[in-house]
Design a protein around this ligand. Structure first.
Ligand SMILES: [Zn+2]
Length: 89
């Protein structure tokens, strides 16, 4: 078993491969532009989205393939690839 690279669902006790990315933000802990992410399998997407949604934390639900795609939110060319840093100059 060497599946370290496979993203796993964030739901408690779930070992299913993740297919969704839930981007969220807790305004009490995080600056508005900060994004925390949970991963979800098909089965737990609704459960986790609801959990975050009722607290007002949920910002976005994106397919993992889109999230990791170049130019996507979590991809190599995404906003977290060093936005506003030295690479920008
Ligand atoms: Zn799951």
């Amino acid at each position: 078993m060497t599946e370290d690279a496979t993203p796993i669902c964030s739901a408690k006790g779930c070992r299913a491969p993740a297919v969704w990315v839930l981007a969220w933000n807790n305004p009490k802990l995080h600056t508005p532009e900060r994004r925390k992410t949970w991963l979800a399998c098909e089965e737990h997407r609704e459960h986790l989205a609801h959990f975050l949604g009722v607290r007002g934390f949920l910002k976005d639900v994106v397919a993992l393939t889109d999230w990791e795609a170049p130019g996507g939110p979590g991809g190599p060319a995404g906003p977290e690839g060093g936005a506003g840093s030295a690479a920008d100059r």
